[in-house]
Design a binder for this molecule. Structure first.
Ligand code: ZN
Length: 264
């Protein structure tokens, strides 16, 4: 299965990639897009795992760099309003991360690339996330922008007071590498950084769920995240009963072993 480079997607290799990138490029924000002549903007779209995101943000902090973290309000894998998730997102911010909005237009039946409806929902989510995380948000990325709807063709560089990272001016100026779906669809990140010219502008998109402690298939990485969440939820339920001295009634045969045995 080496064609999918499982061993690329580890914390150890993540650190190696950061080190390679910082040898050649300075780390920039989306606010630098118009003025920067070269450098790297490193972005994470948090589709599934805030736990993995925090682990990567610690590596960035240790290496003295930072990234922009796009937070999704409609994920089936995490919820910004859960105490545990909220706290981790705040810690990512404290580690030097910049928070952006990861916007899923597919959530709204009424939203298409018609700018008025889109802007209204972007304002709503921007304000919500700003208030919850107590931070200003001036940049957004679309979740799954290429699945129809014309979101890659929008003329506006900014909508709802936020920079649109999929605007053509960014896509045309920056070399780009993405780990979407847990493998390299085009180039390996390592090749891109090694071969890149120092006078280039590069944008790197990573999805934290795909970067684990050890190499495994993309599906296993997602399963690990789902199982971890389920285990934590059951742990919370069991602890609540215990704390309140209530009986934890269960059918031994139907009891799921996997969730009880998983430690996270
Ligand atoms: Zn996404």
């Amino acid at each position: 299965m080496d064609q999918y480079n499982f061993s690329d997607f580890t914390e150890e290799n993540y650190r190696k990639m950061i080190r390679l990138a910082k040898e050649k490029y300075s780390f920039r924000t989306y606010g630098d897009v118009d003025s920067m002549k070269n450098g790297v903007i490193w972005r994470h779209d948090i589709d599934m795992s805030v736990h993995r995101a925090l682990a990567l943000s610690r590596i960035e902090k240790e290496e003295g760099v930072f990234a922009t973290w796009f937070v999704l309000l409609h994920s089936s894998f995490y919820n910004v309003f859960e105490k545990n998730i909220y706290r981790k997102l705040k810690m990512i911010k404290e580690n030097g991360g910049i928070i952006g909005l990861h916007f899923d237009p597919d959530f709204y039946e009424s939203v298409n690339s018609d700018i008025t409806g889109l802007e209204e929902k972007l304002i709503l989510e921007k304000e919500l996330l700003e208030r919850v995380l107590e931070t200003e948000i001036d940049v957004f990325s679309f979740h799954n922008p290429d699945t129809g709807g014309g979101f890659l063709d929008l003329e506006q560089t900014h909508i709802a007071g936020m920079r649109n990272v999929y605007h053509s001016s960014i896509r045309n100026q920056f070399s780009y590498c993405s780990d979407s779906n847990g493998y390299w669809r085009y180039r390996r990140l390592e090749d891109m950084i090694r071969d890149g010219r120092p006078d280039e502008k590069i944008q790197i998109l990573t999805h934290p769920v795909f970067w684990q402690k050890e190499g495994m298939s993309p599906r296993e990485r997602v399963m690990r995240c789902v199982d971890g969440r389920a285990a934590n939820t059951m742990k919370e339920y069991d602890e609540l009963l215990k704390k309140n001295h209530r009986e934890n009634v269960m059918q031994p045969v139907a009891r799921s072993k996997s969730y009880r045995e998983l430690q996270f």
